[in-house]
Design a protein around this ligand. Sequence first.
Ligand SMILES: *[C@@H]1O[C@H](CO)[C@@H](O)[C@H](O)[C@H]1NC(C)=O
Ligand SMILES: *[C@@H]1O[C@H](CO)[C@@H](O)[C@H](O)[C@H]1NC(C)=O
Ligand SMILES: *[C@@H]1O[C@H](CO)[C@@H](O)[C@H](O)[C@H]1NC(C)=O
Ligand SMILES: *[C@@H]1O[C@H](CO)[C@@H](O)[C@H](O)[C@H]1NC(C)=O
Length: 482
Amino acid sequence: MGYNRSLKFGTALTVLIVLVAIYYRNSENVLQKRLQALVYGLEKLENKHVITSRPKVAIGYGVCTDVYVNAKELLNYSENVGRPQHFDEINTELELLKSFAYYFRHGAAAERYMANRTLFDQLVAKARSFSSSYSTIGGNAAIMALRFAKEGCDVTLAAKLTRSLHQMMPQVINIVGGEAKRDDIHLVIEYKHGDVWGPYSSARANRYIVHNDANNPRINSFEALDQLLSTYEPNLLVVSGLQMMDNYPFPSGERQNLLLKIKKQMMDRSTSTKIHFEMASFAEDKLLFELCDSVIPFADSLGMNEQEIANLHNAMYYGNISLVANSTPRIATVLDQMRTLFKLIRIRSKTIENSRELTRIHVHTLAYQAIFTMKGSIWKNTMAAAAKASLTAHRHVCATSHVDIRKAALILDDSFSTSIVQGTRIALDIDKPVSCWDEVLKVVNEDIPVQVCVAPVLICTVAAQTAGGGDNISSAGLVLQI
Ligand SMILES: *[C@@H]1O[C@H](CO)[C@@H](O)[C@H](O)[C@H]1NC(C)=O
Ligand SMILES: *[C@@H]1O[C@H](CO)[C@@H](O)[C@H](O)[C@H]1NC(C)=O
Ligand SMILES: *[C@@H]1O[C@H](CO)[C@@H](O)[C@H](O)[C@H]1NC(C)=O
Ligand SMILES: *[C@@H]1O[C@H](CO)[C@@H](O)[C@H](O)[C@H]1NC(C)=O
């Protein structure tokens, strides 16, 4: 190659590189504009409905202190970990590492009981020794209470807690349940998208929780809430935190007794009190089947994430449970699961005395929010609720009150199908980001008209917190609907 020719070649290459750079900068601009339009569209919907009255919300059960720690700091991978494995309860450090590996490699959230208090206390002390570790108020019920209070509701929380934890709760929240000697602690082991641990890398940011609760599994605040409800009629009763019972070493019969009491508490409410049940991570099939019999049929509304719907769907449809599911399922898959669940629950409830008719399901996933509401039911503003849930998801994970598009990404495609079998394709409209449509669900010989809304989530690319996300998101969705 002569000197001249290589010079020409070099110039051509430079021009090409410049052109490519301009192209990328332009397409980046286009992308940013799209995201900005999307945020604007979601915020417009969220702000369309202001909460004027103060809805009364009662929330059961429990509270704890969440101690956050970075997985890579707390848990060291070694060859000894061997094969990842699920354990119903964790007794040793090796079991913890194997169990962590089991969920981490799928990026699936999990929550496990650690029977060994010595080990648990050691782990918490170790976690607290890292400067990156911090603690907050935790527990599904408590986080939902904080969110409802922030949104201007009149909130009662059922929880037994120490005086010092009580003082950390905003005074506007009425807490019933009495004083505890020691607060339950949840050790929240967090990891980011793409984190590497030994031979595994995580498909998404998520957390693995271990606890050694004494109050929450026994629902020690139950009686206090029951007593209050005998004279107080809230607009909404939220039942949550029941996963603390999962694989908990109860004396025989005690758990069934507790669940029967909860069932009665739900059954005894007048129809002016709507009841929402917030699902969670259940690994014990027996408990999940008990919930399908004594809690779910008495709820008007259900909230859950993509793992929890797969689990509940399998429990009701196949009679088995799923410990881990795809952490980024297609919209069509989740909508199909929602349809099946809606029908199965409706059918089953027909044979259960004093049951309620399910009228709402909200599924929150990393990439989108999906809400089904029965038409003509009391749930209003479904479109705005989906938008608010979506924005809350981003804000929570990024730990910010406003959406910064430089920290946001959209992982949905330009269009999605409404079902795996013969779905219609719906294009994502950036200016009207929440897609809603009507459907009719056939339940035996009844036609149930529902409205379906799907909102894309601007996922937070710099995850700051993942635990408690579901609770914030579910409450944010509910608050515009009551
Ligand atoms: C993990 O290893 C680091 C450095 O080797 C050490 O400082 C830390 O204490 C270990 N953590 C555990 C839980 O063993
Ligand atoms: C509980 O944990 C401690 C500390 O790791 C350990 O020495 C002990 O063997 C464990 N007990 C059981 C029953 O596994
Ligand atoms: C549950 O049962 C279905 C149908 O028999 C099967 O396809 C599925 O793999 C099972 N799931 C689990 C987790 O065992
Ligand atoms: C979610 O709830 C927690 C506990 O109330 C709170 O600290 C956090 O700010 C909430 N997230 C958002 C986005 O409001």
